[in-house]
Design a binder for this molecule. Structure first.
Ligand code: BGP
Length: 490
């Protein structure tokens, strides 16, 4: 099997809202994610609000808020992101643990609201800038490269409420100011950047929620367009500020859909779904223009994009340097009737009879990683990074402080082997940052018990616990994997 390149970047990934906490500290403004409650596999997370009469209420993201209601933090509701795992105060301890595992790279995001609390200020918050500077300096101490996402499901709440979020073209300019500030501020401390986390997920809601309204589908394509322009502008600006900056797109999943049957109708539908969900977005970011099949998609959903000449020029100029994506599992597509559906944060379609599924219904498919790496690389021919991957599972902290997470070791091992195979295939793969390298709050369910980490954090779904960190068995396994550059996987 092909060896990993000598300078392969092993590490782990997190996002500000899911791990930092300190939601109202250091001058931070409210993010849209700060008003989302906890949920579970069976119970959705709610957005909380105060209505016109001042009464508190809650609604799922699919429902309209009552006329005049404003999203807000309400009494008596538990918000898992408010404290999360308190990385805000414990980052030194956590980074020391990452260093102990041998990390070469650490993926994290900047909370826009720490830099511009509402998103509209003229001047950035010095306190917010100082926080990330200190985190980067701490990483530097251990020679760990930061890989920084500018926007990881974390838009300032003010922009959502007053501007309608990314449905409004004005956000492009505001994002431009934010990205310019951080690119200038952290020059010399950061080399690798990602613009929007899982940017293509914006147009995947229609597949995930049956009955998703047609007007929302149109809105989603429009807001994705504004994000694509904002992303392209950020790439251009990054290169102007520092030609050494390496900026990537970050896509949700890969072309990871299989036809459920060999019925050509299933094959065609699978191809269409991959084009819609993945290549529609990826092609813009890599080739600088919408793909040939975009017109078909716009016609299908009756989308009339607000797209200007300047947008077209910006997209052309802001093509990414690297292609990165999150990979957890694969899905199936069929035109036939099926009963059992797979789980996931994006539509995974019917269950695949050849795969095993986690407690949250996500499939275990390391071959899909090799397959998707080849598919992406074959199309884009840019250096690749796997910036999320992992198994969300329930762990048991034993009385002696140990966590025997063999299932996680097996999952990661199989995916490391798949990456080695993709390297042998000739894919130019540069980095691997498994998701939630330290336990953090689940994005889909808001739970703590859905854990991904090599480091256990003592905290439960209700927010109780000492927040103490423990090394799981997988911690030592990954340490050995990194030390041997992916050769010792025992
Ligand atoms: C991705 C998100 C992450 C992360 C991950 C795992 O879609 O980029 O933020 O949370 O999925 O999902 P979950 O936390 O729902 O298990």
């Amino acid at each position: 099997m092909k060896k990993f390149p000598k300078d392969f970047l092993w590490g782990g990934a997190t996002a500000a809202n899911q791990c930092e906490g300190g939601w109202n500290e250091g001058g931070k403004g409210l993010a849209a994610s700060d008003v989302i409650s906890a949920g579970s596999l069976t119970q959705p997370r709610y957005i909380t609000y105060i209505d016109q009469e001042g009464n508190p209420g809650k609604a799922t993201s699919l429902h309209h808020l009552p006329e005049g209601a404003k999203r807000a933090v309400i009494d008596g509701c538990y918000y898992p992101y408010h404290e999360a795992i308190d990385f805000y105060h414990r980052y030194k301890e956590d980074i020391a643990l990452f260093a102990e595992m041998g990390f070469k790279i650490f993926r994290m995001s900047i909370a826009w609201t720490r830099i511009f609390p509402k998103g509209i200020e003229e001047e950035p918050s010095q306190e917010g800038l100082a926080f990330y500077r200190n985190v980067f300096l701490e990483l530097k101490k251990y020679k760990i490269e930061p890989l920084v996402t500018l926007s990881h499901y974390d838009t300032p709440l003010y922009l959502e409420e007053e501007f309608g979020g990314w449905k409004n073209r004005k956000l492009i300019a505001l994002f431009d100011r934010y990205s310019e500030v951080v690119f200038k501020e952290y020059k010399g401390l950061v080399k690798y950047w990602l613009t929007f986390n899982e940017i293509n997920s914006a147009v995947m809601l229609k597949d995930l929620f049956p009955g998703y309204p047609a007007h929302k589908v149109k809105e989603d394509f429009q807001l994705l367009h504004y994000q694509l322009v904002a992303s392209a502008r950020a790439v251009k600006r990054a290169h102007e500020i520092d030609p050494n900056y390496v900026v990537g797109c970050m896509l949700a999943g890969g072309p990871c859909k299989y036809p459920l049957t060999s019925d050509p109708k299933d094959v065609i539908l699978t191809q269409e779904r991959i084009q819609e969900a993945t290549y529609y977005t990826g092609d813009v970011m890599v080739f600088g223009e919408y793909p040939y099949f975009a017109k078909r998609i716009w016609e299908k959903y009756d989308v009339h994009l607000d797209i200007t000449k300047d947008d077209i020029a910006d997209l052309k100029k802001g093509v990414v340097d690297i292609v990165t994506y999150s990979y957890y599992s694969t899905g199936c597509v069929t035109t036939h009737e099926v009963s059992e559906r797979a789980g996931g944060n994006i539509d995974m379609g019917p269950k695949n009879p050849y795969l095993q599924y986690s407690e949250w219904g996500w499939s275990f498919d390391p071959d899909g990683l090799r397959y998707s790496l080849n598919e992406y690389y074959g199309r884009y021919r840019k250096p690749m990074m796997i910036v999320e991957n992992g198994l969300g599972a329930i762990d048991v902290l034993e009385e002696d402080g140990k966590v025997h997470d063999l299932y996680r070791i097996e999952y990661v091992k199989a995916h490391v082997e798949a990456m080695a195979q993709a390297l042998a295939d000739g894919v130019d793969l540069r980095a691997y940052t498994p998701w939630g390298c330290i336990d953090l709050v689940s994005a889909s369910t808001g739970e703590m018990k859905k854990r991904y980490g090599f480091i256990y954090v003592d905290k439960d779904n209700e927010g109780k616990g000492s927040l103490k960190r423990y090394r799981k068995d997988s911690f030592y396994w990954y340490q050995k994997c990194i030390a041997s550059n992916g050769e010792d996987l025992t």
